[in-house]
Write a new protein. Structure first.
Lengths: 432, 262
């Protein structure tokens, strides 16, 4: 386009916000550079979805956050947190308001803090990895994210440190005029192991909000990262999320994603398997309802030899929800013995809903294995008949089958509380 | 009340093709009836039509259980009224564990507020599984998913034992079973024999009847019961096959749709 794009974020605002935060000069400079590039960049183009008619302008303004104790957190956030959680970050609108890191983890050298603080206290580490997986110049949305990001999480797990218990974060938007663009940066050093779980939620919004979120996971040699996330924004929130992991030799990532928003959503969950012997496993469940427009894309890009990826998406579409479900396996030349598998399954519960499963294999190497399976279908009447023949009512039979369709992924959520909460969200999304 | 199951003039079709041409059968609690006949004669259609499979349409006749009209009921209501069908090809349902499914089925009978306690349920299930020589692990497996043919049939019998029906229809429960599995399944059925329970065993082999002795044997051909008798009829079929009946009745092709127009 030759027309001057009017950006929803202005340089003057960014400078003003930076001042209010007392932000380090290099961070503000990084923001302004991203912003400067934004007008010449295009919108992201997820397969089969045009974002140009989506409302992507509700950035709001930065509102300083005040730290609060766990007891005074808003109910919508508290509901997602175990009492006495040892390692926890809570972001409310534009900033993190609550951080807990156990002495045990701190003594092992684990860093778990909001990203704003990390840019001051761990400048070298952050500089090295921030923006390395999802780059500011990829498209206009990422540029605007890097211009406007706030709060966020920085998690660093030192070499050889293996953490059993999951670390948790909650991101709550409850003020429609406040900017909400958290950035998650996880760096797992050599041979470390960590599980991180987060929830995204909104409550009582009086207007529209854009969540422009980025997740970067950097797994160094031999590191193992498990990342579970549940998005359950209300219909006022448009959710654009880019999640990406970079894998060094022999490292692995496991993505477990619950897409339970009520508003329009485009997410891209990707792993770049740079190293040899790397492993990526992505499991996504999604429920669409109302008149949601949805695009769920999972991607695996293989560079490393003997790298393996699995992608598994299960989506249930109700009412008039419109979903595009892409799975893209890309095997680059030289990634010999790579193995990329994917499966997308969609269950349609209404004739007005739409769910397109779109598997794409792009292979530039001969010595590989790759496979895909995609299916779109209705609840099988034979299965309903079978359950009913044992005395189970039709609605209960349908409920069992739909839950059964999603159960294999729900069971993988590593935090019991979150699993129970997810079950509740699933029930709500299914209108039960 | 003593169980009474009556089928009168039952006709059913699938996709517009009439398969059952008028079935009459009366069973009482405590009785075991066997329906035998070659493939394609409508035996399994009878089972599916009684249970209410959505693909089969009943066009005439009635089926009552203790004077209640089954054909007027939805599939789940028929089950709650006391009808049980052990299916030839049970559905596989991923994500639903066998035990969750069984508990839902039991609780559907007991009603809200009267659900079976978890401990009592587990005790009953484990006891029945032991009797059927089923690996306890099958309780936590997804319903019929990845079960072998024999495991599926045992799972059908397990359901029958836990649901305590009044009329049990076994549709080719012996097909695909080796001799050990056959014996186990038959033991399960024999254990469940009682004065208030009737069994309708559909099979085209006589071998199951070596383990479960029927009181009445009926032969189906061309969508009708063409001959009825006692256990000796099954023995004769085992020895001589079906040809003598066809000859006796002047039938050349016993399958449905091959009968000569009058």
């Amino acid at each position: 386009m030759t027309l001057q794009t009017i950006l929803p974020v202005q340089a003057a605002q960014i400078k003003e916000w930076a001042e209010a935060r007392g932000e380090a000069a290099w961070v503000t400079e990084h923001r302004l550079q991203a912003l400067e590039a934004a007008p010449s960049l295009e919108l992201p183009k997820p397969e089969k979805t045009k974002l140009d008619r989506w409302n992507l302008s509700a950035y709001g303004t930065f509102k300083a956050a005040e730290a609060v104790g766990q007891g005074t957190l808003p109910a919508a956030a508290k509901d997602l947190i175990d009492e006495g959680a040892h390692n926890l970050i809570v972001q409310l609108n534009s900033g993190v308001v609550h951080t807990v890191l156990s002495e045990e983890l701190s003594a092992q050298g684990v860093i778990f803090t909001d990203l704003e603080t990390a840019t001051r206290e761990h400048e070298d580490l952050v500089k090295k990895h921030f923006g390395s997986a999802v780059k500011p110049g990829e498209h206009q949305v990422s540029a605007l994210h890097y211009a406007a990001w706030n709060g966020g999480v920085f998690l660093y797990v030192p070499k050889n440190v293996e953490l059993e218990a999951p670390l948790q974060a909650v991101f709550l938007s409850d003020d429609a005029s406040a900017s909400f663009a958290p950035h998650i940066l996880i760096v797992a050093d050599t041979n470390s192991r960590v599980t991180y779980v987060d929830s995204y939620v909104s409550a009582g919004l009086a207007g529209e909000v854009l969540h422009n979120g980025v997740v970067e996971v950097i797994a160094l040699d031999g590191a193992k990262v498990q990342y579970a996330t549940v998005h359950q924004f209300g219909k006022e929130v448009t959710d654009i999320s880019f999640r990406r992991a970079l894998l060094s030799n022999d490292s692995s990532i496991e993505w477990i994603v619950g897409e339970m928003n009520d508003g329009d959503t485009a997410t891209d969950t990707a792993t770049v398997l740079n190293g040899s012997g790397t492993n990526s496993d992505a499991k996504i469940i999604a429920i669409g309802s109302g008149s949601q427009k949805l695009n769920y894309t999972t991607r695996a890009v293989h560079f490393g030899k003997s790298s393996e990826s699995d992608m598994f998406t299960r989506a249930v579409m109700r009412e008039e929800a419109q979903a595009i479900i892409n799975g893209i396996t890309k095997i680059e030349h030289g990634a010999t013995k790579a193995n990329g598998q994917q499966a997308e399954k969609v269950l349609m519960l209404s004739p007005a809903a739409r769910g397109d499963a779109n598997p794409i294999l792009l292979i530039d190497e001969d010595d590989v294995m790759a496979g895909h399976a995609a299916s779109v279908g209705k609840v099988n009447p034979e299965q309903i008949y079978y359950l009913m023949s044992r005395g189970i009512s039709k609605p209960e039979a349908e409920r069992l089958i739909i839950y059964g369709f999603l159960a294999p992924i729900i069971a993988e959520i590593p935090l019991e509380l979150l699993r129970t909460r997810l079950q509740r969200v699933v029930e709500r999304k299914l209108g039960q | 009340m003593a169980t009474k199951f009556v089928i009168e003039g039952l006709k059913a079709e699938i996709e517009g093709k009439e398969i059952l041409k008028g079935i009459d059968l009366e069973m009482k609690g405590g009785e075991i009836h066997a329906i035998m006949g070659p493939n394609g004669t409508g035996k399994s259609t009878l089972a599916s039509a009684l249970m209410g499979h959505p693909k089969y349409e009943v066009t005439a006749g009635s089926a009552t259980l203790n004077d209640e009209d089954l054909l007027d009921m939805s599939v789940d209501e028929r089950a709650l009224a006391g009808l049980f069908l052990a299916m030839q090809y049970p559905s596989e349902i991923a994500g639903v564990t066998n035990s969750d499914f069984l508990r839902s089925a039991i609780n559907a009978r007991r009603g809200e507020g009267n659900e079976i306690s978890l401990i009592k349920f587990i005790r009953q299930m484990e006891k029945s599984m032991k009797g059927l020589e089923m690996n306890p692990e099958f309780a936590h497996r997804y319903l019929n998913e990845g079960f072998s043919g024999g495991e599926k049939k045992r799972n059908e019998i397990l359901q029958m034992m836990l649901l305590d029906p009044k009329i049990v229809v076994l549709d080719e429960v012996d097909s695909g079973l080796d001799i050990d599995a056959l014996r186990i399944v038959a033991n399960g059925v024999n254990q469940m024999r009682s004065e208030d329970r009737g069994f309708l065993i559909i099979t085209h082999y006589q071998r199951l009847l070596n383990y479960i002795t029927p009181d009445f044997v009926h032969v189906m051909m061309q969508g009708r019961i063409v001959k009825s008798g006692g256990p000796e009829l099954a023995a004769r079929l085992e020895q001589d096959g079906y040809d003598w009946i066809k000859e006796e009745l002047g039938i050349t092709d016993e399958t449905v749709g091959q009968e000569q127009e009058a």
